[in-house]
Ligand binder design. Structure first.
Ligand code: T1G
Length: 699
């Protein structure tokens, strides 16, 4: 880090301009808060200064406290910037561009005025990293805009666009932003002589009766097992009944309860892991990546339609082609319906739908997509079908076009074999629903060119995804690491655990739904046919007689009104079904399996240790780059509870040695499927952390 001051102060036409310059996002790193204090003091001491501006250099205002410093000793500041700004004798105008988040918005709230450029965003996202606004935000925001809107912002942590912030009263004016500094200086001049406005001097915020209890009820399901959302509510409640100083003290007490709690450590880890996953260290830093401006999707089915929507949602024109006009028409209708539902739910506006839909251009022939920079194949999950499509793409697409397949498990190299350009072929594995799930596995085939890998990783981010590297193996990384979870869930039912017990264990752990309820939702026949195919390929393949029997007796899940559970007509609530218990006992008896009771802990550990073990094998085979990448995939692909950090982060809470010893014992009892990973053993022996494991190619 250069030794240039992180906060600059200069006087321009009687206005003291305070500029925070601490790249990349002007977080409140070492010296920033103290620099602001010194600048405010200097401005108040200078008779030439009549008002001041606080702004950020580079691409944003202040993005909040420096998250990297949490959990580490931080020298206490004798006086925080919030206090200096609040107590300033001369008015300070916060000029916001980019983001004013967390401590950034709290600094702005401590100023007397706030202006923002169009497109800027403000927010108090602390709850998303397991803490709460600790710079007076829980006391100032309710006083400024009212308890209810403040509570919603603080408990959700959402980013509020400048225009909405103005409507709420957080921002006093939207300025053009053509020359932020000049416009901010002009605004500062306009407030000279006006009565000072200090939020801290305002009375406690009014609150509608029941506001806080209603919020506690409304978050109960999602915030289960978490503390931060409830502390946020308590802090805002304090703003409605305590004088400002006492409210600040209560905010501090509630903050300190959270800062080093496991939940906050896990959420901070997830925040940085989701940034680390974007790095592919073996790609040259200066690698020139092909520009991707136009896209095409082959296959207008559920996945293809969702992929096309991801492009349209992020400003890309995208062509959509299908094997038949009827298929294309159905796909387009499904897209229209999806958007209409989103508008109805309020997750997007009608205006957004109207600008996105036209970006999806249906075309009749594959020849019509020849000019696109990238094409994503999303057709049937059968190798011959994909190879036929890729042969046709190879024949028509411009030479520099990148050819991606959305396959979830088929060998990328076998698909690339169908082309004369295997170096242009890679995997882009989306997770259903493709326009909603953030995870995108980018699969490197043995012959994929580095620039194609890099361009596809970048493309994922451009369409709002979290791109994660995956090596070419059966199931790639995410699904492969979960295969043994699925196997154990079914084997435990053979051994005596009931589906509803297993589901309850996982819901209590923090999953939104149990694995059997999820199976019923996605349909049991999908995996049934996969098992039959694999058994035909490999006579030793471990079949699952119970789900097989369910499907063969017509119980395919929600779509048939019965699967692992029974469903009343029009009601998706899983109902425990004694018929399933009977079927389980019948199959177990046929298999000669002695059923026994299971503890909740054994269920949890059988499921998750199986995946930890497989994750270690994937890493040691160079098919995943980092354990933290696998955590990001489980958070964003499988709904693993975010406040537990991820599979490997959670496992560290138990310890590699204990996990290794348990797996070694199950290996003795159950045989090869529990063969311990060599990497897991090494980490257990070294006392290392599973979440820090890295692929050999990154060593
Ligand atoms: N602290 C430290 N580093 C940060 C950071 C932060 N607050 N925010 C971003 N970075 C790093 C990030 O790791 C990455 O680093 C680079 O900046 C670009 O980030 C007292 C206690 C601002 C919306 O929670 O939401 O204030 O990978 O890739 O997509 O009450 O960053 O390049 O090495 O995300 O353009 C509250 C968190 C803190 C904001 C920009 N603030 N940051 O998104 O870039 S707690 C936050 C974000 C607090 C007070 C409390 C986003 C962004 P690298 P990026 P982006």
């Amino acid at each position: 880090m250069s030794d240039a001051p992180v906060v600059r102060f200069e006087v321009v036409e009687g206005i003291g301009v305070i500029t925070v310059d601490y790249p990349p996002v002007n977080a409140l790193g070492p010296g920033v808060s103290d620099g602001i204090v010194a600048a405010v003091d200097q401005g108040n001491a200078d008779p030439a200064v009549q008002a001041m501006v606080l702004m950020g250099a580079g691409r944003t205002f202040i993005a909040g406290a420096d998250i990297r410093r949490f959990g580490k000793p931080r020298p206490p500041s004798p006086r925080r910037s919030y206090d200096a700004l609040d107590e300033s004798a001369k008015p300070v105008v916060a000029a916001i561009h980019g983001y004013a988040l967390g401590g950034g918005l709290e600094n702005a709230l401590s100023c007397q005025w706030r202006i923002a450029v169009p497109g800027a965003k403000v927010g108090l996202p602390e709850v998303l990293i397991g803490i709460l606004p600790g710079g007076g935000g829980t006391q100032r925001l309710p006083r400024l805009i009212g308890a209810k809107p403040a509570l919603e912002m603080i408990v959700t942590g959402r980013h509020v666009p400048a225009e909405e912030a103005k409507a709420l009263g957080i921002v006093d004016a939207i300025i053009p932003g053509k020359d932020l500094r000049a416009e901010a200086i002009a605004f500062a001049k306009s407030v000279i002589g006006k009565p000072m406005r200090r939020i801290s001097a305002m009375p406690p915020a009014a609150a509608e009766p029941g506001l806080f209890d209603d919020m506690r009820k409304s978050i109960a399901r999602k915030a289960r097992n978490q503390k931060a959302p409830y502390n946020c509510i308590a802090a805002v409640e304090a703003a409605t009944r305590l004088p400002f100083p006492e409210g600040l003290a209560e905010e501090k007490r509630l903050f300190q309860e959270l800062e080093n709690a496991p939940e906050a450590q896990a959420l901070r880890y997830a925040f940085f892991a989701e940034r680390e996953i974007a790095r592919i260290p073996f790609l040259p830093k200066d690698l020139a990546l092909p520009e991707i401006r136009t896209a095409a999707v082959v296959g207008a089915g559920t996945m293809g339609g969702g992929i096309a929507m991801s492009f349209a949602d992020n400003g890309f024109p995208v062509k959509l082609v299908d094997a038949s006009p009827e298929g294309l028409a159905r796909g387009l209708q499904r897209i229209r319906d999806n958007y209409a539902v989103s508008v109805k739910r309020g997750s997007i506006t009608q205006a957004q739908m109207d600008e996105r839909l036209p970006r999806i251009q249906p075309v009749e022939r594959i020849e019509d997509i020849a000019d696109c920079d990238v094409v994503i194949e999303a057709v049937f999950e059968q190798l011959p079908v994909k190879q036929e499509i890729f042969a046709r793409l190879d024949a028509v697409m411009k030479p520099e076009a990148i050819l991606l397949t959305n396959t979830s498990a088929i060998d990328i190299d076998r698909i690339a074999d169908a082309t004369k350009r295997p170096q242009m072929v890679a995997g882009a594995h989306f997770f259903a629903p493709a326009n909603v799930m953030k995870l995108l596995e980018v699969v490197e085939g043995p012959r994929t060119a580095p620039e194609v890998l890099g361009a596809t990783m970048k493309l994922g981010r451009a369409i709002g995804k979290i791109s994660g590297y995956a090596g070419n193996c059966d199931g790639f990384v995410a699904n492969r690491s979960r295969i043994f979870f699925t196997l154990e869930q079914n084997i435990m039912v053979e051994e005596g655990a009931l589906p509803e017990q297993i589901d309850k264990v996982m819901v209590d752990f923090g999953y939104p739904m149990g694995p059997f309820a999820v199976n019923d939702m996605s349909g049991l026949d999908v995996s049934y046919f996969t098992r039959k195919r694999r058994l035909a390929e490999d006579p030793n393949y471990r079949t699952l007689p119970i789900p097989d029997r369910l499907v063969e007796s017509g119980r395919k899940g929600q779509k048939t009104g019965a699967g692992w559970y029974r469903y009343e007509k029009g009601d998706r609530t899983p109902q425990v079904d004694p018929e399933v218990h009977r079927l389980i006992k019948e199959v177990a008896a046929e298999q000669g399996i002695e059923q026994r009771p299971f503890t909740d802990e054994e269920i949890l550990h059988r499921l998750l240790f199986a995946s930890v073990n497989e994750a270690c094998k994937i890493i040691e085979e160079d098919k995943a780059l980092r354990a933290s990448d696998i955590d990001v995939m489980w958070l964003n692909g499988f709904g693993f509870p975010r406040y537990r950090g991820g599979l490997m982060f959670w496992a560290d809470g138990i310890g590699a040695e204990a996990i290794y010893n348990q797996i070694a014992a199950w290996h003795q009892r159950y045989g090869d499927r529990w063969r311990p990973s060599a990497l897991l053993r090494r980490i257990a022996e070294s006392g290392g952390k599973l979440r820090e494991a890295k692929a050999p190619r990154l060593q």
